[in-house]
Design a protein around this ligand. Structure first.
Ligand code: SF4
Ligand code: SF4
Length: 338
């Protein structure tokens, strides 16, 4: 079922990178000057598409992600010091990315979901970190395969991608990470910190997502009770699912490890769409939160439930039932001559 996209001219990827980067800059400006449009485009269009894209075509996204392009800009314009990160530091960055994810996402309820300036500020900080990592470290190792908090989610969801794309960023492999996350499937677990990161993310994410969707957005200045709720509920449910994941892996035979991982990944992405689909059309737990377009007057509730069931069935089938050959996101280019 997987189809390589080799042979597609590199120029098409370059055009896509430029278009997406310009679109990213447009969303950034909209967040500042037309916050309603910017917030809707970012939180209610781009972000809801992302998990499905990671499941089906993580490599395609990694070829065109504006943040990835920004992180490699220093290398392309000859500004990078191209320092090689030892495995120990790769592990630290992977763990740091997971911790950042669980720290930043609760902030959406407290301010980011409804504040264009705050969202723009976070994006500016993240883009600066991506650029600086490209200034100091070799190729993708500092950001796109290092500290970026989205990278672990791509690794978790993108275990069985539909398409494997040529690596549009790496014309020749600089051997920036060992093993290269783009061309090996599954989360890296060579270093202790990578194993902790993988356990924390795979086990904790389903609970974290469930808890996150049960917290309402805070409009106006957040009281301390709202801060406790915004962090406490996702973290508490994260702890519960992590404990369950750990127990299953500890007490079930080792041969079931991959299956448990797939079930938890499917549960995470299914849980996301179970709550996100109704929220987009006005049937969410908190109707004004995460609303893209209010269809409550036109769309029967049963149709929304059908969409939820289809999403859960699809991701369950895709990630758990199907057994495709292990598939990397991208095709490794030849090593660079040094
Ligand atoms: S890891 Fe981060 S920078 Fe790289 S493609 Fe994913 S979101 Fe973009
Ligand atoms: S293909 Fe090579 S240069 Fe590109 S991300 Fe993988 S290891 Fe790094």
């Amino acid at each position: 079922m997987s189809r390589p996209l080799d042979g597609r001219p590199l120029i098409l990827w370059r055009i896509a990178q430029v278009v997406l980067t310009v679109a990213g800059a447009g969303i950034f400006l909209a967040l500042l000057f037309f916050p309603n449009i910017g917030l809707t485009a970012f939180w209610d269009v781009l972000i809801p598409i992302a998990p499905a894209l990671f499941v089906l075509a993580a490599g395609v996204w990694r070829n065109i992600c504006p943040l990835g392009t920004v992180s490699l800009l220093p290398r392309h314009i000859g500004l990078s010091k191209s320092r090689r990160l030892p495995l120990k530091w790769q592990g630290r960055l992977h763990l740091g990315g997971v911790v950042l994810l669980f720290l930043v996402v609760p902030l959406r309820h407290l301010m980011l979901n409804n504040d264009g300036t705050a969202t723009a500020l976070i994006l500016a900080v993240v883009a600066s970190a991506a650029f600086l990592s490209g200034v100091f470290f070799e190729w993708k190792s500092g950001w796109c395969s290092g500290l970026c908090p989205v990278h672990p989610v791509e690794k978790l969801y993108g275990e069985k991608v539909l398409v494997s794309a040529p690596n549009a960023h790496c014309g020749a492999c600089q051997n920036c990470c060992i093993p290269c996350p783009d061309t090996t499937s599954g989360m890296n677990r060579l270093h202790t910190n990578q194993r902790i990161a993988s356990l924390l993310l795979a086990g904790g994410l389903p609970g974290f997502i469930w808890g996150w969707f049960h917290v309402p957005d805070c409009r106006g200045e957040a009281a301390w009770q709202e801060c406790i709720m915004a962090f406490g509920l996702p973290w508490a449910s994260l702890a519960v699912s992590l404990a369950l994941f750990w127990a299953l892996r500890r007490f079930l035979p080792k041969k079931h490890e991959t299956l448990i991982l797939s079930i938890f990944a499917a549960f995470s992405v299914s849980c996301y769409y179970w709550y996100r689909i109704p929220a987009l059309v006005g049937y969410g737990l908190f109707p004004s939160d995460g609303l893209l377009v209010d269809l409550t007057g036109v769309l029967p509730f049963q149709f929304v439930v059908l969409m939820q069931v289809v999403a859960v069935a699809f991701f369950g089938w895709w990630l758990v039932v199907r057994r495709p050959e292990p598939q990397a996101w991208q095709v490794r280019p030849p090593f660079a001559k040094k």
